[in-house]
Design a protein around this ligand. Structure first.
Ligand SMILES: Cc1cc2nc3c(=O)[nH]c(=O)nc-3n(C[C@H](O)[C@H](O)[C@H](O)COP(=O)(O)O)c2cc1C
Length: 181
């Protein structure tokens, strides 16, 4: 059965992260499938061996449709290995805040997801996405403007994304070898 990578995006950068994750996992554990949440036929969810959910972050939270998907399909999701990733803006922040804010947001999203899925989420990682100044809402832009040294543009760190995908693939491979799949 394939591994499913399911993403929710606003401006597209989460989709590209999802595809890169899929290609790394596919190299170890084929087949994989990547779907946009909006086009996904959720009746096929039982047909996947594991699910990797990803969402863009707005207001320090996943996009509402991604959270709703977890709520609606919880009973199926918790029967499978579930992993999660987010595309946010920690890399846009000045260096002094970057790690603290990034770790805080990563942990808060993970805790929220675990609450939604009875603790059945194995890993969550927050990556920096593409951040364009003009895409941010006025309040957030103003708040960010208070700090000097904001960075904008494509801040995705592909080496970190690939390393995380490899970690997920190794975890799933262990399941397979130990007969847990
Ligand atoms: C309206 C809006 C609100 C955002 N709020 C946050 C936030 O609270 N935390 C964060 O890390 N990133 C935030 N971001 C940055 C996005 O998560 C980031 O640009 C991400 O790459 C978007 O993914 P996408 O291209 O798939 O939509 C926000 C972006 C927008 C447009």
């Amino acid at each position: 059965m394939p591994v499913l990578i399911l993403y929710n995006t606003d401006h597209g950068s989460t989709a590209e992260i999802a595809s890169r994750i899929a290609s790394r996992i596919d190299a170890v554990l084929p087949p994989t499938e990547v779907h946009n949440l909006h086009d996904f036929d959720a009746t096929t969810l039982p047909n996947y061996t594991a699910v990797i959910l990803g969402s863009a972050v707005h207001g320090a939270k996943w996009l509402p449709e991604a959270n709703t998907f977890c709520d609606v399909h919880k009973e199926t999701l918790i029967t499978k290995p579930v992993y999660a990733f987010s595309a946010g803006a920690p890399g846009a922040l000045p260096k002094v805040f970057r790690n603290w804010c990034g770790n805080h947001e990563e942990k808060a999203i993970f805790e929220g997801l675990k609450k939604r899925l009875d603790g059945k989420v194995r890993m969550h990682r927050l990556f920096s996405g593409k951040i364009e100044r003009e895409d941010l809402p006025g309040g957030l832009r103003m708040c960010c403007g208070l700090f000097g040294g904001m960075r904008y543009g494509d801040l995705r760190e592909w080496d970190k994304i690939e390393a995380w995908a490899d970690e997920v693939a190794a975890d799933l491979k262990r399941d397979q070898e130990e007969g847990r799949e």
